[in-house]
Design a protein around this ligand. Sequence first.
Ligand SMILES: [Zn+2]
Length: 408
Amino acid sequence: MTDDTAVPQSILVDDIGSLVTNDPSRGRGVVGEVEEAALVIEQGRVAWSGPRSQAPAADARVDAAGRCVLPGFVDSHSHIVFAGDRSREFAARMSGLAYSAGGIHTTVEATRKASDSALLSGARTLLREARSQGTTTLEVKSGYGLTVADERRSLEIARRITDEVTFLGAHVVAPEYADDPDGYVDLVSGPMLDSCAPLSRWIDVFCERGAFDEQASRRVLAAGRERGLLLRVHGNQLGEGPGVRLAVEMGAASVDHCTYLAPEDIEALAEAAARPEPTVATLLPGVDFSTRQSYPNARKLIDAGARVALASDCNPGSCFTSSLAFCIAVAVRDTGMTPDEAVWAATAGGALALRRDDVGHLAPGARADLILLEAPNHLYLAYRPGVPQVAAVWKDGELVAGSPDNGA
Ligand SMILES: [Zn+2]
């Protein structure tokens, strides 16, 4: 039991210069921005949000001192259960070598050799790092084990740090099956899935040249769906391919990367956006940055009517950032998103890609997952790239990083 005298029942976050609600009915633009706002936290939820002049009384007060409050970032794509270091591979790539999906094997080898405690401690460090930069919901995938035991172990570790756990046995074909890729698909959609499904909410497949073709991807996704898992797809990262259309056809919550899209892919995503449970196009511009590839065209997708999310894809090979603020800045600079759209995509978009309605917005009833920015509004996320602007982070109404004290 909590001590009523020590723990306030409700907290008023007051004098918010600009509040991003992501509810267009409550404020300006797609982000539903309310200026001179306040917000009340009660029992881990947003009990009230709106103009400061109408704020109800609360037991305690936090002074935002004119700064911006926005929903915690919802990072719907990460691979943070791994061991090993690939910084030299990155340097080689920046010296002119091309990226291919096969580099994953370096991490697989190191991950298999690592102890449970080393993997857990590495994942926890990255989770803390992400949280201190404003990420309050983080999806975590397996995919560096590629044996029944190692995939299961990765998922057990992921479950200790998040509820959004994804089985990605179909990341690449395990080295033991190099000469028998169909045999590996049998394993992933059979015994490996049997062992991993109870630990996962999602199943994912890397549908790409060098990983899994359309037929194999379809088998993996269908088997996962039969076990009650929800679907996600990695697709269209390295070139045009069947990933997007397969994801839409099978009703996946999200297809991630979408760097190379044919006109019919964009049409399919626009049509899927109108469904009650849409297939979201999740862009991972940090990957395109770190692999020096072309950027996806968010402008085309949004103008066509597709729902677009932004995520980090934090992983040791193709993009080792956990910073959604960085992804927002790159998305605005290089994918044609407006700052509003990018902030929406990294919060409400991520929530949609995880089929969550309790995060990614700050209307009453939402989880009290919020960021206090050391800035007057959310535009600063793209406007001041590379600058640490997250002053404080609350998750479920509890301060989990930083401090709201502005030193005044
Ligand atoms: Zn990924």
